[in-house]
Ligand binder design. Structure first.
Ligand SMILES: [Zn+2]
Length: 103
């Protein structure tokens, strides 16, 4: 058990997902690694801080967040940018193990 913040994989939707949405509402979604609650925060980092890694545009440095449910602080890393349904499906296949390992 480490004193460092736990990490969660974040997802930032763009492209199709941003259609019909306020363009100012650019959010990163994640599942809290402490309580499993779904959360979101405003994306702080610009697109040029994302780089292609393992077939996805990712921000490996990530962002800090605090869970609104259990108040733990956590680190969202990597943040994966997804452009369409196809990428979303591929992402869920690749990251499914990380997404469910929440304790
Ligand atoms: Zn939580």
């Amino acid at each position: 058990m480490s004193l460092h913040s736990k990490e969660a994989v974040g997802v930032r939707y763009t492209g199709w997902a941003a259609l019909g949405r306020d363009p100012q509402e650019d959010t990163v979604e994640y599942n809290c690694p402490y309580c499993g609650e779904r959360g979101m925060k405003s994306a702080r980092r610009t697109h040029d801080q994302y780089h292609f890694t393992d077939g996805f545009l990712q921000d490996l440095q990530g962002e800090m967040a605090a869970c609104r449910s259990c108040r733990h602080s956590l680190r969202i890393a990597p943040v994966v940018m997804l452009h369409d349904q196809d990428e979303k499906r591929r992402f869920e296949g690749v990251f499914s193990t990380e997404l469910v390992s929440s304790n």
